[in-house]
Design a protein around this ligand. Structure first.
Ligand code: GDP
Ligand code: MG
Length: 443
């Protein structure tokens, strides 16, 4: 997600962390780097100018409580959060949620994703289809709802009376906590669509009026945000397709056109490719400082207490521990996503793409390799060199390259565990991260 922006920003932070001195020259260069990165991500020029002058202003003139490098990094972090605004929270409460946006923005998919979100949190969601213009719309929504076992109301067979359908749907789902209404979009901001959503809003009075913006449209998002906000007063924004575009900065900064903020982001086509948005976590992840809060949330949703063995984090980290850890990680979801949430900025941990794939098959092969190892090797994988390597590969029917991969995994994970439990990476802001708190919570 926004990989290019993230890697440019990380590089910028690294430069600052390594700089011999922080002076006007360093700050000018920093500002230029940030400008370039933000413009490539399609952030509005006016906002780029604003953040530039604020960083210049604050970096050198503000009274510092930290050392100069930490101070500058903190300023960059805070000002980036400032341009995308605070995230908004959709309360976990009974409510009606109306989804609006243009065709193709990801409204229908987001209805299912949002329903799934509430379902995971223990609420009972139901979805109503108010798109009567395209017969395929109801089918698409029904299929998505069936997959997640969420009830669905489709009034289309009764005709094209949108208001009647919405009202009947809301009534039908009286007993459900959260009623999500998928409205019909148009290809452009047509008056007819605006009228229709105004009408629904007036009659149904939904507590949440959520705008869906496609991240790939970049700065175009501003015009849409303003129009929808004028029409019904947007309470939260979902930015979709953050996985497939480098221009996400445009939609993120479009939020400033409304009085609301980003509530969720869509990161793929699947129903679970959906994240609650919090700007501080999002920005620290972009800067390579990890997002511990989101990580805890993901862990809480997917892990059982017995999956997390805290003792192993404290003591030696053996190959058996690694195996357990990989099993737990596999449960939590895509490994790559989890790694991006960890504060690994300065650690130089370098996984290749293949290593991100923790598959059942791979875990099985690891198990076989480990069965071919001696107790000593399991405890101290460091000692596995040439002849041991060959012996293990032969004994397990694998290749030395595979055994090496397992050992590399172990080395990297051990490094990671150490830095996590020590509570600090090399990035200054990581110091004092409440890692012990996170571990307790996971337990
Ligand atoms: P609607 O016309 O606004 O209802 O949009 P849809 O929900 O039908 O989505 C349009 C297309 O975008 C579909 O092919 C979706 O699978 C896809 N899509 C929606 N959200 C995301 C996302 O977050 N990531 C990706 N990669 N695709 C998405
Ligand atoms: Mg749709």
């Amino acid at each position: 997600m926004l990989e290019k922006l993230s890697s440019s920003l990380k590089e910028t932070i690294r430069k600052i962390a390594m700089a011999k001195r922080i002076d006007k020259h360093t700050v000018d260069e920093l500002v230029r780097d940030i400008q370039r990165a933000l413009i490539q991500a399609d952030v509005k020029i006016a906002l780029v100018k604003e953040i530039s002058s604020r960083i210049r202003e604050r970096a050198l003139k503000e009274k510092m409580v930290l050392n100069p490098r930490e101070h500058v990094i903190k300023v960059v972090y805070e000002e980036l959060i400032n341009i995308i605004g605070k995230g908004v929270e959709v309360p976990l409460a009974p409510q009606k949620i109306m989804m609006v946006g243009l065709h193709g923005s990801g409204k229908t998919s987001s209805c299912a994703k949002l329903a799934r979100y509430f379902q995971k949190k223990g609420l009972k969601p139901a979805v109503i289809c108010a798109d009567v213009y395209r017969p395929a719309a109801a089918d698409q929504l029904r299929q998505l709802c069936d997959k997640i076992d969420v009830p669905f109301y489709d009034g289309a067979p009764e005709g094209k009376d949108v208001m009647g359908i919405v009202k009947a749907g809301v009534k039908e789902f009286e007993k459900y906590d959260v009623k999500i209404i998928d409205t019909a979009g148009r290809h452009a901001l047509e008056e007819e669509m605006i009228e229709e959503i105004r009408e629904i809003e007036k009659r149904i009075k939904p507590e949440q009026r959520v705008l869906i913006l496609d991240a790939s449209i970049g700065q175009q998002a501003s015009v849409q945000a303003r129009a929808f906000d004028d029409a019904i007063g947007i309470t939260g924004i979902i930015i979709t397709k953050m996985d497939g575009t480098a221009k996400g900065g445009g939609a993120l900064s479009a939020v400033s056109e409304t009085n609301s903020g980003v509530a969720f982001i869509g990161t793929g086509e699947k129903v679970d490719d959906f994240e609650k948005f919090e700007s501080d976590g999002f920005i620290s992840r972009m800067l390579g400082m990890g997002d511990i809060k989101s990580l805890i949330e993901m862990a809480e949703e997917s892990l059982e207490p017995e999956d997390v063995d805290l003792e192993l984090l404290k003591g030696k980290f053996t190959l058996k521990d690694l195996y357990k850890q990989l099993e737990a990680l596999k449960k939590m979801g895509p490994f790559k996503k989890i790694m991006q949430m960890l504060p690994l900025g300065g650690l130089g941990i370098d996984f290749d793409d293949q290593m991100y794939q923790i598959t059942e098959d791979k875990l099985k092969r690891y198990k076989v390799m480990m069965d071919s190892m001696t107790e000593e090797e399991l405890n101290e994988p460091k000692i596995i060199g040439g002849s041991r390597l060959k012996r293990i590969a032969r004994g397990s029917g694998t290749t030395t390259a595979e055994v090496n991969e397992l050992i590399k995994y172990h080395r990297l994970m051990k490094k990671m565990m150490k830095s996590l439990t020590a509570g600090r990476g090399k990035i200054p802001m990581m110091q004092g991260m409440p890692m012990d708190k996170m571990m307790k919570k996971m337990k």
